[in-house]
Design a protein around this ligand. Structure first.
Ligand SMILES: Cc1cc2nc3c(=O)[nH]c(=O)nc-3n(C[C@H](O)[C@H](O)[C@H](O)COP(=O)(O)O)c2cc1C
Length: 174
C-alpha cells in the first residue's frame, strides 16, 4: 500500500479519544499523519498524545510565537484530509465559509480529497441545519464517513457515534 500524507483534524467531541487509535493505525500502516486540533478538541484529548502518536508537532493555532503556522503549505502537503471526529460546530463553519482556526484554514487551503467523520448526539446529527451543512460539503466534493448506530455519550441510542477507526481505514482504503 502506498504511503499517504494525511492531515487529521480533531475537533471537540467526546469521540476525540478515538483519534489516538486512528493515528496509531495509520502510522502502523506506513502513513504520515499531521494532526491539527481545535482549541476545544484539547479539552477531550491531550496534545501530547496526538503529537507523540503522530511523531509530528501538533498544530493548534495559526500563530506560533512571533511566527505563523503555514496552513497553506501544510494543506498542500497532504494527499488526504480527514476530520475525525467532526463536530456539528466545525462542519457548520466549513460549510459556511467560516475560517477562525488552524483546522479550518487548512481545510479551506486544501486541494486534496476531504473526508468528514461526524460524531454527535442523534438529534444534533439529524438537525436540519446540520444535514443542510453536510449536504453542502458533499455537493462541493467532500465525502462523508457515516456515523454509526449505538449508545451515545448522552445515554441515548441512535445514529451519531463516530465510525470506528478500523471502519474509517477500510472506507479510505488505508
Ligand atoms: C462533554 C461534551 C461532549 C461533547 N460532544 C460533542 C460531540 O460529540 N459532537 C459535537 O458536535 N459537539 C460536542 N460537544 C460540543 C462541542 O464541544 C462544542 O460545540 C465546541 O464548540 C466545538 O468546537 P470545535 O468544533 O471548534 O472543536 C460536546 C461538549 C461537551 C461539553
Amino acid at each position: 500500500m502506498a504511503s499517504k500524507k494525511i492531515i487529521l483534524g480533531v475537533t471537540g467531541s467526546i469521540a476525540a479519544y478515538k483519534s489516538a487509535l486512528l493515528i496509531r493505525l495509520l502510522v502502523k500502516n506506513g502513513h504520515e499523519v499531521q494532526c491539527v486540533a481545535t482549541e476545544d478538541a484539547l479539552q477531550f484529548i491531550g496534545g501530547i498524545t496526538l503529537s507523540t502518536l503522530s511523531k509530528k508537532s501538533l498544530i493548534t493555532s495559526l500563530k506560533k510565537d512571533n511566527d505563523w503556522t503555514n496552513h497553506v503549505s501544510n494543506a498542500l502537503w497532504a494527499d488526504l484530509m480527514l476530520i475525525a471526529p467532526a463536530t456539528l460546530n466545525t462542519i457548520g463553519k466549513a460549510a459556511n465559509g467560516i475560517c477562525d482556526n488552524a483546522l479550518l484554514a487548512m481545510y479551506f487551503s486544501a486541494k486534496c480529497p476531504v473526508y468528514w467523520a461526524p460524531a454527535m448526539d442523534l438529534d444534533m446529527y439529524k438537525h436540519p441545519s446540520n444535514q443542510k451543512n453536510i449536504h453542502s460539503l458533499i455537493e462541493i466534493g467532500n465525502q462523508l464517513i457515516f456515523p454509526e448506530e449505538g449508545e451515545l455519550a448522552s445515554g441515548l441510542y441512535g445514529v451519531g457515534r463516530m465510525a470506528e477507526p478500523e471502519n474509517i481505514l477500510s472506507f479510505l482504503n488505508l
